[in-house]
Ligand binder design. Sequence first.
Ligand code: SF4
Length: 274
Amino acid sequence: MSPHFSLQYLRSGALPTAFCPGCYNGIIINALMKAFRELGVTKLDRYVFVSGIGCSSWIPNPYIRADSVHTLHGRAVAVATGIKLARPDLEVIVIGGDGDLLSIGCNHLIHAARRNMELVVVLVNNLVLGMTRGQASPTTPQGTRTVTTPFGNFEEPMNAVSLLMSTNANYVARWCISNFEQLKESFKEVLSKVTKGLRFIEIVAPCVTYVVRYEGKTPGEKIKELARTCVDKDTYASLSPKERRDLIPVGVFRRENKPGFIDRYREYSTRARG
Ligand code: SF4
């Protein structure tokens, strides 16, 4: 295998990237490209990527060699839903950050998940609004110092997995950026259509510039820390509340195969015509 095997999925001129040095977005691109490669996908012409505004929204566009829509802030899931309804034969993948998908665009995510819309949604949770220089976001941990919370964030953060578990989404997973192999396998699982409906993967990938360096750590040190603090969800469940403090449960929280929105809509249309 060529060391540059992933380049077949990237647009020429895509490297070097616009991301800050050490940004974990590169690891996410790598995991996604390796997943495509291991699935035997040679061209990405059956995939459409949709993103909104934010650092991680740059992952598909301009870097990935596939059709993509870089749309308005927070509207990626709504646009992706429209594309999927118009072209159910295409696999539509949303990649967005916590600012895009859980703040301004949260409503769209909730209702797409409620409908179990046939989309893959990848939430890159960098814990701040990175592109606009590090303001607190809905997932900023309590106590974290940001430019808008210089004495530490006093709000409780949102738990995206808990939110999605309250909907009808078929697949709900969370991985940390230190879980490269598990993340790649999760990408393979959701892209191979073993499950249909809405497939959601959260990736905890703290912003290197506005979270990791504010903590006085290097990107490598932070990954080692995450490797310790991101624990299997079953192990996490067996711990006391005190032991759970500062730990992040990871794994596949739900894996179902209920009919998605389009399947149910087709069945409904057939009945209505009958
Ligand atoms: Fe990555 Fe943060 Fe830089 Fe954005 S601001 S590119 S998330 S390191």
